[in-house]
Design a protein around this ligand. Structure first.
Ligand code: IMP
Ligand code: MG
Length: 177
């Protein structure tokens, strides 16, 4: 099989663990936003799988939109110099906005995105990430909803890629290297 030949050293988070955590996050977010309408900003492409599962665990009125950003940087750490590849179609002014991210590493990308979205005057702007690697953080940032805190390992699957590969894996695995 194709998967058996891939350089994945371990399954870090199983399909079942992901499903349980996403359900917990959904409950937490539902309680936090109760009585409000939530606007999800889904960051392509990495958050696609997570967001699709998460939104089905929200017992709230929810609308969604997508944004695609690329970050420039030399080496493995992003610089925070970001380019909007695809912007939101909707106006977020006055809305309760939750950014859905796959992983926060240095935090540079998200810090820049936060400041861009804040200028559009949402009623509130918060962050939900599936994974967090706090040991790599370069900027101060408050993560409002977080699935798993992980060590400094390069992970793929459940939306996350290496060179555009592995996004479709139903678990989070550690890539050898
Ligand atoms: P940051 O600006 O350094 O926080 O970069 C965050 C982005 O880097 C994420 O949205 C991912 O696209 C990518 N990234 C960081 N760590 C990993 C990883 O372990 N696997 C896959 N992508 C990662
Ligand atoms: Mg990404």
């Amino acid at each position: 099989m194709w998967l058996e030949k891939q350089p994945l050293t371990e399954v870090l988070i199983s399909k079942k663990e992901l499903a349980q955590k996403v359900e917990q996050l959904g409950d937490q977010i539902t309680r936090y936003y109760r009585g409000k309408e939530l606007f999800l900003v889904i960051i392509l492409k990495g958050s696609l799988v997570f967001a699709a599962d998460l939104m089905r665990c929200l017992d709230l009125p929810v609308t969604i939109d997508f944004m695609s950003i690329s970050s420039y940087g030399n080496g493995s750490i992003s610089s925070g110099d970001i380019k909007i590849v695809k912007d939101l179609a909707a106006d977020i002014g006055g809305k309760d906005v939750l950014i859905v991210e796959d992983i926060i590493d240095s935090g540079n990308t998200l810090a820049k995105l936060q400041s861009i979205l804040q200028k559009r005057h949402p009623n509130s702007l918060k962050i939900c990430t599936l994974l967090d690697k706090p040991s790599r953080r370069q900027v101060d940032m408050q993560v409002d909803f977080c699935g798993f805190t992980i060590e400094d390992k390069f992970v793929v699957g459940y939306g996350l890629d290496f060179a555009e590969q592995y996004r479709h894996l139903p678990f989070i695995g550690v890539l050898n290297g």
